[in-house]
Design a protein around this ligand. Structure first.
Ligand code: GLV
Ligand code: GLV
Length: 323
């Protein structure tokens, strides 16, 4: 058998061709679903490259099952919290990922959710569809505008900055952020101020989570954080479900401690359809589609293959995770 590359989902024909033309034996899950874990643990044995999705858990067991020949894990995502970096390092495996190309798509979706939650879109759509829409009413389904308001960004990386500049165009007056470190250049570009997490939650009208899921950000948005927010606050999460203590969010929304939420990510994914969050009119939920534009996803697929091919040819990986 030739040198083996495993993909946890069926690749686009053009991507398959690129790998096969280079003489690699491509093992991929043939169905329109992701490769079951037991199949992955079996197929990965002896592989040199792995193409995975953010929904695959790439832990110690996977690296051990692969054996010493595995050179690269190439994930079709900017997030990498699904990969055990300690185990990757111990096994001397490089990580390729897909930064930048999904920044615009994800920032657009973050704006969509912020607007949707601020303008009560879920209740409005429901009302229109169910006949609850009886007449024009001056005080019905009134939400909040952006002009003169404060935006709080938790995790002001590429995506967070793109969200802030978009929302400034809607009239946001002040941008504050919290994260690992102060970024003085953001004073110039966005007039953004670094504040404590408590100050951010207390002073922002719109709070967006655009951070990586790390030990520092895990469940930072808990009941206490929501309680600290303004009553009119809109909370949006397009990062990872794990940055939110979801029971705390449910309670905060049920008690109207905040005005609404927009979530593209949840715990777990998919979120069971009978979950209390779905029952709340003030919570809009999308099925983790932040990067889902044709443009972003096509490029992400190409980058994944570029990353694997470079690693297997012992060239510099174009989009390598420095860890
Ligand atoms: C999406 O969530 C990504 O990490 O690419
Ligand atoms: C990652 O979260 C980014 O901002 O690109």
């Amino acid at each position: 058998a030739g040198r083996k590359v495993v993909a946890t989902r069926k690749l686009l024909p053009a991507s398959q061709e690129r790998l096969e033309q280079q003489g690699f034996e491509l093992i991929q899950w043939p169905k329109d679903s992701s490769m079951p874990r037991d199949t992955l643990l079996k197929d990965i044995k002896g592989a040199e490259g792995l193409i995975c999705m953010l929904s695959d858990k790439i832990d110690k067991q996977v690296f051990e099952a692969a054996g010493p020949g595995l050179k690269v894990v190439s994930t079709m995502s900017v997030g990498y919290d699904h990969i055990d970096l300690k185990a990757a390092k111990e096994n001397n495996v490089k990580i390729g990922y897909t930064p930048d190309v999904l920044t615009d798509a994800t920032a657009d979706l973050t704006v969509l959710l912020t607007l949707a939650a601020a303008r009560k879109m879920k209740s409005g759509v429901r009302a229109a569809e169910t006949g609850e829409w009886r007449e024009w009413r001056p005080d019905w389904l009134c939400g909040y505008q952006f002009k003169g308001k404060t935006l709080g960004v938790v995790g002001i990386g590429r995506i967070g900055q793109a969200v802030a500049s978009r929302l400034k165009a809607f009239g946001i007056d002040r941008v504050v952020y919290w994260g690992r470190s102060e970024k003085p250049e953001l004073k110039e570009s966005l007039n953004a101020d670094f504040v404590s997490f408590d100050e951010l939650t207390a002073s922002s009208d719109f709070i967006v989570a655009c951070c990586a899921l790390t030990p520092e950000t895990k469940e930072v948005f808990n009941y206490k954080a929501f309680k600290n927010m303004k009553k009119n606050a809109i909370f949006v999460n397009t990062a990872r479900g794990g940055v939110v203590d979801q029971d705390g969010l449910v309670k905060a929304l049920q008690e109207n401690l905040i005005a609404g939420a927009g979530l593209d990510v949840t715990t777990p994914e998919p979120l069971p359809t009978d979950h209390p969050l779905f029952k709340l009119g003030n919570c809009v939920i999308l099925p983790h589609i932040g990067s889902a534009t044709i443009e972003a996803r096509e490029t992400m697929g190409d980058m994944c293959v570029d990353n694997v091919l470079a690693a297997l040819e012992d060239k510099e990986i174009p989009f390598v995770l420095k860890y």
